[in-house]
Design a protein around this ligand. Structure first.
Ligand code: FAD
Length: 152
């Protein structure tokens, strides 16, 4: 089964509380589980960074809804392409609230945001972003397993 991944960054229009983020992610998880989508949502510094992975059509349908969501703006696709295997297998949508994380989380998040120039479209070399997201995953799994749904 052919799989794709899509990574975008956006600017939030709201100052999200932990409870509001939890509601957003719980709804996303329920819908993504039905659609066979997995990924990670990072929130902090006025930005969302989200990686979605799964079959192409459900992924695009979901992304098209996300783009239209008035709770954020300036959705900028950073990566979009085929993958061999999922990075976040079993996570219908993990959440990492960087505003509540440690310095290491914030530093990693800033590195991802800084690594891309808004408005330039998909980047050819996705190695840095994927490596940083994998670091986030490993770090989050160690420190805050309660934020990570285990849907395997
Ligand atoms: P509806 O539920 O009918 O909502 C229509 C519009 O109303 C939305 O676009 C939004 O602008 C607004 N809205 C919806 N709920 C609220 C609310 N509680 N408060 C204020 N305004 C609201 N959905 C997924 O299925 N999977 C994801 O992985 C996912 N990730 C997201 C990541 C981010 C950063 C954001 C902001 C949203 C995400 N969503 C995700 C939600 C997605 O944008 C849609 O709102 C959702 O999929 C429902 O789509 P719908 O067409 O049924 O919209």
């Amino acid at each position: 089964m052919a799989l794709s991944q899509l990574l975008y960054v956006s600017q939030t229009r709201l100052d999200w509380s932990p409870d509001e983020l939890a509601v957003l992610v719980a709804r996303a998880q329920a819908r993504n589980a039905q659609d066979g989508l997995t990924g990670l949502l990072l929130y902090g510094r006025g930005h969302f960074l989200q990686l979605l992975e799964g079959r192409r059509q459900p992924l695009l349908n979901t992304f098209n809804r996300i783009v239209l969501d008035i709770r954020h703006r300036d959705v900028d696709v950073l990566l979009d392409g085929p993958i061999v295997r999922r990075t976040f297998d079993g996570w219908a949508m993990g959440l990492l609230d960087v505003t509540r994380g440690g310095d290491l989380d914030r530093e990693r998040f800033d590195r991802i945001i800084r690594a891309f120039t808004p408005g330039t479209g998909p980047v050819a070399d996705n190695a840095l972003a994927v490596r940083l997201l994998q670091e986030f995953r490993a770090h989050a799994a160690e420190d805050s397993p309660s934020t990570l749904p285990d849907l395997t």
